[in-house]
Structure formats: structure tokens, C-alpha cells
Design a protein around this ligand. Structure first.
Ligand SMILES: Cc1cc2nc3c(=O)[nH]c(=O)nc-3n(C[C@H](O)[C@H](O)[C@H](O)COP(=O)(O)O)c2cc1C
Length: 214
């Protein structure tokens, strides 16, 4: 098998889009979620993100990496989340991937991606940010920590889960969610959407036991 190898100098000199496509592929299959926020002017905003991650369970914390507004592009999610101190995370199915992807287009701040991309708005009491109506997994987050990352100007937001909704049948006896029941979509790179199969499960690993299938 022929192997392609790049060193850091070659990566630095690579054409920008080629490098972005390559480096975005490296984390493998990533979570695809729609982030709902509301602007100070009251406009509902929706954007697809793949950078959300688990930070801790007690308290229940999820992180996000967001790009800020630059000279060439306005980023509403970060601005809204910092102003309102909350956001929602919403799942979508593979059938909805085209319109979920479309939320990444640079709509102006007074155009809601909910309307432009045909997602319904659902409002709940815990956070002022809007949810995607009918999303099988809906997570409401309240801002707990904001860390600007000086290395590349992105921002890490740490949110505490203050509201969670999913079909009861998706929860297993051990508390975990059977994600296959939720029809979740994953992203590879910046443009490829898929739904993984149910997968295989293992009991927690111990040094004196062989791996045990559940
Ligand atoms: C597959 C995919 C994943 C993305 N993930 C992120 C992300 O994790 N963080 C981010 O800041 N932007 C991400 N983007 C870009 C935003 O969706 C895009 O900049 C969007 O226009 C932001 O909308 P806003 O201005 O309403 O915040 C992603 C785009 C795509 C297509």
C-alpha cells in the first residue's frame, strides 16, 4: 500500500482549502448537531457544528468550539451564545442532512436559518434559545465558562445541560442512549454525512478480565 506523508512544513505550505479539507478529516466521524441561539434583537439562529464534545457528567458539561466574526464573515452563534448565555443542541436525521448543511451558508443576522432551511422553532422555559421542533435529541445548555483560545482565535464555550429531551424508548437500562434509535447523523470532514449502524458494546474493561460483549 502506497503511503502519503506530510511534515509540518508541507502542511503549512499546502493550499488553504486542501489543508482545511484534510485536517477536518483527521478527527474521524464527528457529531453533527444543529446549534440554536437567539440574538439580542430576538432573531432565532441555527448553525450546524461538529465540534461539540463531552467534558464531564457531574455537573453535566458539553463543550463547543466556535469561530468568531472576522473581516470576511459574520458568525452569529458565538455572539448570540455569549449575549444570551445559552444555546440548544439538536439532532437531525440523514434525510434532513441537506437542509442541516445549508445552515452553514452565511445568512445575514436578520434572516433566520430556521425559516431559510425549513426547520420549525420550539421554545421551552429553561433557556431562551430556540430548539429544532421535532428533533429526536434536544439539549438545552447554559453557559458556564468561556475560554478564548489564543492559538487560533476560536472560542471554547462550556455549557451545563439544563434540559434534555429524547424518546423514552431510546434509553437503555444502564442509563445510556441507544443512538441508533435516535437516528443521529455523523459528519466526516466538512461535507460527508452518514448514520452509523448500532455497533457492538462491551462491559467496562478490567486488567484481570478479557473483553466481555454486552
Ligand atoms: C459539517 C460542518 C461542521 C461545522 N462545524 C463548525 C464548528 O464546529 N464550529 C464553527 O464555528 N463552525 C462550524 N461550521 C461552520 C458554521 O456552520 C458556519 O460558519 C455557519 O455559517 C455559522 O453560522 P452563524 O453565523 O449563524 O453562527 C461547520 C460547518 C459545516 C458544514
Amino acid at each position: 500500500m502506497k503511503t502519503t506523508v506530510f511534515n509540518n512544513q508541507e502542511l503549512e505550505q499546502m493550499e488553504g482549502t486542501q489543508r482545511a479539507m484534510l485536517i477536518n478529516s483527521l478527527p474521524g466521524y464527528k457529531p453533527a448537531m444543529l446549534v440554536g441561539t437567539r440574538s439580542e434583537e430576538g432573531f432565532a439562529n441555527l448553525a450546524i457544528i461538529s465540534s461539540h464534545f463531552h467534558l464531564g457528567s457531574n455537573p453535566p458539561l458539553l463543550g463547543l468550539i466556535l469561530r468568531p466574526t472576522s473581516d470576511t464573515s459574520e458568525r452569529h452563534t458565538l455572539k448570540n451564545a455569549l449575549a444570551s448565555r445559552c444555546w440548544t443542541l439538536n439532532s437531525f436525521s440523514l434525510e434532513q442532512a441537506d437542509m442541516a448543511h445549508q445552515t452553514s451558508a452565511p445568512y445575514p443576522s436578520d434572516i433566520s436559518e430556521f425559516d431559510a432551511c425549513a426547520f420549525g422553532v420550539e421554545q421551552k422555559p429553561e433557556v431562551s434559545a430556540p430548539y429544532v421542533e421535532g428533533a429526536l435529541l434536544q439539549i438545552g445548555c447554559s453557559l458556564r465558562e468561556h475560554i478564548p483560545l489564543s492559538i487560533n482565535g476560536t472560542h471554547m464555550l462550556v455549557g451545563e445541560v439544563v434540559h434534555l429531551a429524547f424518546p423514552s424508548t431510546a434509553q437503555r437500562w444502564d442509563g445510556g442512549l441507544d443512538l441508533a434509535c435516535l437516528n443521529l447523523t455523523t459528519i466526516s470532514g466538512l461535507d460527508t454525512y452518514s448514520t452509523p449502524p448500532a455497533g457492538i458494546r462491551f462491559a467496562s474493561a478490567h486488567t484481570d478480565h478479557k473483553p466481555r460483549r454486552l
